[in-house]
Design a protein around this ligand. Sequence first.
Ligand SMILES: C[S@@+](CC[C@H](N)C(=O)[O-])C[C@H]1O[C@@H](n2cnc3c(N)ncnc32)[C@H](O)[C@@H]1O
Length: 346
Amino acid sequence: MSDYQKQMMHHVGASGVMLCLSMAWELGVVEMLLEAKQPLTSQQVADKLNLRERYVREILGALTVGEVISVDDSSTKFHVPEDHKQTLATVSVFSRFMPQFGMRYNNVMDCTQQRNPGGMLYGESPWMYSILEDMLVTAKKDMIDTDILPAMPQIVPKLESGIKVAELGCATGFLVNKLASRFKKSAFLGVDVASKPLEEARADANGRGIQNITYSTDNIENISEKYNGSFDWILTRYVIHDLAYPQQALNQIYRCLKPGGIYSMIDVALEEGIIGNIANGTSMLYYSLSTFMCLPESFRQPDSAALGATWGAPLAREMVAKAGFTIINESASPTDEKEIHFVCQK
Ligand SMILES: C[S@@+](CC[C@H](N)C(=O)[O-])C[C@H]1O[C@@H](n2cnc3c(N)ncnc32)[C@H](O)[C@@H]1O
């Protein structure tokens, strides 16, 4: 086999292994391996989870040949090395996108055709919002303290004494609910164009007795004039590149901030274009996520900007500047070097 043939077969095989990982995660196999104090046989895993041993053995085999987990010399006892556990817990969540890509495959194929409408919304895939939430819960659960507040320490005393904050495109409210429960003197607004995830956000806030938050189902490309100059801090995460009219949204965010107010744009921000991202695993994921999720989401309008997750840091900077902002800080996420927090001031 040539090196290229080996590389291609590796990619094809790795795609299948990631589907097996997703299934192992859903079935509880990953959790069991992560918690195990000693190596386990496929029979032990199957018995504990009421699964058919033959399937479990094949899944564990796929994960082992794919170097996701390890096996003993007899090829019968499986384990995860201690120093791999944290990474496996996080990456397993990303593997859950693979079956979603498969479920969306035919629809996205249709979207590529000029004769068809080009869009498909997240809500059309039943588990998409739950996966987005799982990603935050698993890989980003501390991001307020690791990614958000350290990039803008000046906001913390203001949050403590009471300011107005909005998260736009907040989905199931993971971030905005957490912020509201922590900074009780501040008033929070969670906005999303989709009402179903907002119902979950509301239920979570009610369940936890969070009272300083309201929600609104709105399109952030057309924010109501009643919010002109209203907010001290507006936050978006992974939203701007998904919009049909992102420049319009950035202009509206600028309009809704008070003078001197802060806009936190947290987004995928690749540098160096396609050429600078070749063979980078994170970039490979972002290009495929963009194809199956971000472009269809953006193409809700036929003349959409369709930026996709690969829109790139230079364009991001250009667009916030065009809206009137000054970028006062940029910081990469400690858990994902391609995720940048642009701290922008009005
Ligand atoms: C990739 S998700 C990100 C969700 C969440 N912020 C996170 O970090 O996981 C993008 C979110 O933006 C919302 N969205 C897309 N277009 C929108 C629009 N025009 N107005 C408001 N929300 C929008 C989607 O419904 C979705 O919840």
